[in-house]
Design a protein around this ligand. Structure first.
Ligand SMILES: Nc1ncnc2c1ncn2[C@@H]1O[C@H](COP(=O)(O)OP(=O)(O)O)[C@@H](O)[C@H]1O
Ligand SMILES: [Mg+2]
Length: 263
């Protein structure tokens, strides 16, 4: 049976889809069978981020309305086998998808997969509740910015009320700002939200590109290293956090920090 993990945040644009795609890909590369389910109706973009939008035949509404079976709607990744996307509908018709529908899809896929990630819509409306109610675990994604934290706090409280395991993923962390005490560190945010941290991803423009396929470890971006650490933590149950401050410590580190302030 699959582990069913909802990736949620409250605020939009903080990295839910990025985390879903990155962690899903990392786990599939470790041999796991993974489904990424786009439950963000209307603003669905997992298909674009995963670069499968030209191969979408059926979407989640087709499954709900019995035009196809859940397995038929899955689109497999070209590069990583065992990684599948269940596309969301590109028009917002959430009223046609109930909590039972999501659970029925998950129950049907669960025996054949190791992980099912649900890319949750932003906000705390019906679509969010449907997605959280269908999951066994939640990754609460936030950036260190005040507006995101406030929404994450609300979401954390609701997720806890569903009595599912919640873990924090801090995205877009800036090591130079943490050292300069201009940004909260993940430990402070974990305290604030009262959710244990499972991963920290740095601000990294390369995070959505395909450099995860590079075989030379040295060429990998920081974002990719951090996404892989998060995937390993999910897999192992241990918690190793990517240190965003490391490259800004020491003599050369302080030069990098000063340069970052100038540019
Ligand atoms: N760690 C990061 N560093 C740089 N850009 C990021 C990072 N995480 C996400 N982004 C960018 O932020 C934007 C929103 O991310 P996305 O995952 O689509 O958010 P959400 O699904 O929560 O709305 C995207 O353009 C994405 O590439
Ligand atoms: Mg998204």
């Amino acid at each position: 049976m699959a582990r069913v993990i909802v990736v949620t945040s409250g605020k939009g644009g903080v990295g839910k889809t990025t985390v879903t795609a990155g962690v899903g890909r990392a786990l599939a590369k470790r041999g796991k069978r993974v489904v990424l389910m786009d439950a963000d109706l209307g603003l669905n973009n997992l298909d674009v981020v995963m670069d499968i939008e030209n191969r979408v035949v059926y979407d989640i509404l087709d499954v709900v309305e019995n035009r196809c079976r859940p397995r038929q709607a899955l689109v497999e990744d070209v590069a990583v086998s065992g990684l599948f996307v269940l596309p969301g509908a590109s028009y917002d018709d959430g009223a046609r998808i109930g909590g039972q529908n999501l659970r029925a899809i998950i129950n049907s896929l669960s025996p054949s997969f190791d992980y099912i990630f649900i890319d949750c819509p932003a906000g705390i409306e019906a679509g969010f509740h449907r997605a959280v109610a269908a999951a066994d675990e939640a990754l609460v994604v936030t950036t260190p910015h005040i507006s995101a934290l406030r929404d994450a706090d609300k979401v954390a409280a609701i997720v806890k009320s569903y009595k599912i395991k919640a873990s924090l993923v801090l995205n877009r962390a800036r090591g130079d700002m943490v050292i300069g005490q201009e940004q909260l560190d993940y430990a402070d945010i974990s305290d604030l939200l009262q959710i244990p941290a499972l991963g920290v991803l740095p601000e990294d423009d390369a995070i959505n590109t395909y450099n995860c396929f590079l075989t030379d470890e040295k060429e990998k971006s920081e974002g990719d290293v951090a996404v892989n650490m998060l995937a390993d933590n999910l897999l192992s149950g241990n918690v190793k956090i990517f240190d965003v401050t490391k490259k800004y410590r020491g003599f050369f580190g302080s030069i990098k920090r000063s340069l970052k302030k100038i540019v």
